[in-house]
Design a protein around this ligand. Structure first.
Ligand code: SF4
Length: 422
């Protein structure tokens, strides 16, 4: 979501005569687009702002947008007095106001709904992978999560505006569409005639666009994985066989305290249905370890579910107390050393599974999407349908196809190697 927001901000500023620079000392405006999901990310924002104010030109404007702006509000001006703007994730389209009045301060952390999508200029060219946000906010209120506070209640964009953005992306260079939302599979839009549109409708319509060869979506909430959506994995070959569906914990009692009231049976049943629809599907998850009150036995249940599902491309984090959340006030906060131990154990297991999965791909052939040259500039990086990084060596990187059939020749836990195949 933040990558998408960054693109839209850059496009908006381009319309105001700006171009991008990597040099802070040369910039006329510096914007930190921020994430508040973990405390560490928030702390980093304020230390980065301190560095920026020392490095920037005296008259350069600087400020923060996104979830930390919403979380900090006017207090950000107290912490960094010469800050020029603080704009929440639904207000960053108002950034031009500070350009016309650079001596003022601009604070807007309101939850303004979906108006930014209509006000922001379209990008002239689209990257190969176009992110299309189809909803904002979340109604689930997991007890550890700050998103319902920073992004507000769940709102789905109209089917027409999602498809207009998707078509625009396809006509300007996109090959892959990634639908985005905090609760993306909860997408639900009712038009004036009363017709209800779901994520499955967006996928079906997008699959008809000839330029679009790959479709995916993130992030999914287990109980929103409805049968119409599961069926898409069987009927739409352009939908990638890869799904991020976070379980967060394998312990039923931890899930209850997280206010994620799905049963493990239901979660496993969804995976069973997904595998029936698409036998080659792989699942990724996010995990939180050390949630308040998590016992050794709770944690072992998380290890057990990880072992049962064999998740790939997963993310695990130590529980991080966030303001405005119920879990931050819970008793039985887990000491940092225990969190760290559990995280290391889970990470090590997830890496092992990833390495096994990567090795199982050797000699298989996939349609892969070009990401670009690697750091050395001598090899190409492609993404498999499972989002693995695949390095390909070729004589001429300038003529590499954007979408290529690649046979995997080698693997380690981080990446694959492959060769073009006819
Ligand atoms: S479903 Fe996701 S975004 Fe919504 S409250 Fe839970 S963790 Fe946060």
């Amino acid at each position: 979501m933040n990558v998408y927001d960054g693109w839209r901000i850059a496009t908006m500023l381009k319309h105001h005569g700006f171009s991008q620079t990597d040099d802070v000392a040369d910039a006329d405006i510096i914007i930190l687009n921020t994430c508040a999901v973990r405390a560490k990310a928030t702390d980093k924002v304020f230390s980065a702002l301190g560095r920026i104010r020392r490095a920037k030109k005296p008259d350069a404007l600087f400020g923060i947008v996104g979830c930390v702006a919403r979380e900090a509000g006017a207090d950000a001006f107290r912490r960094i007095p010469d800050l020029n703007f603080v704009l929440g994730p639904q207000s960053y389209h108002k950034l031009p106001q500070i350009l016309s009045n650079p001596d003022s301060r601009l604070l807007d952390i309101n939850l303004g709904g979906l108006e930014k999508f209509d006000e922001l200029p379209q990008m002239e060219t689209s990257p190969r992978v176009a992110y299309i946000p189809i909803q904002e906010g979340c109604n689930h209120v997991c007890t550890y999560c700050i998103v319902p506070y920073t992004r507000g209640p769940e709102l789905s964009r109209s089917f027409e505006s999602c498809m207009a953005d998707t078509l625009h992306a396809a006509k300007t260079g996109a090959i892959e569409i990634c639908f985005l939302g905090q609760n993306v599979n909860g997408y639900k839009y009712t038009d004036e005639s009363g017709r209800i549109y779901r994520l499955s409708d967006l996928i079906r319509e997008t699959a008809k666009i000839p330029e679009i060869m790959r479709i995916r979506f993130t992030s999914s909430y287990p109980t929103e994985m409805t049968d119409d959506l599961i069926k898409m994995f069987a009927t739409e070959p352009k939908l990638l066989p890869f799904l991020n569906m976070p379980i967060q914990s394998g312990s039923q009692s931890v899930l209850t305290r997280m206010n994620r009231p799905y049963s493990l049976e239901l979660y496993l049943d969804i995976i069973r249905k997904l595998k029936l629809a698409r036998p080659d599907i792989q699942i990724s998850s996010d995990f939180i370890v050390g949630f308040p009150g998590e016992t050794d036995s709770d944690f072992e249940q998380t290890m057990a579910i990880a072992s049962q599902i064999k998740y790939i491309n997963s993310y695990s984090f130590k529980y991080s107390p966030r303001p405005h959340t119920a879990a931050a006030l819970m008793k039985d906060q887990i000491p940092e050393n225990i969190k760290a131990e559990r995280l290391a154990k889970l990470d090590s297991y997830l890496n092992e599974v990833q390495r096994d999965f990567n090795e199982s791909c050797i000699d298989k052939t996939f349609d892969c999407l070009l990401e670009g040259p690697d750091k050395t500039g001598r090899h190409l990086v492609y993404r498999t349908p499972y989002m693995q990084q695949c390095i390909v060596t070729t004589d001429d990187i300038t003529t590499a196809p954007a979408l290529a059939r690649i046979t995997i020749t080698a693997a380690n836990k981080a990446s694959l190697r492959g060769k073009f195949t006819a």
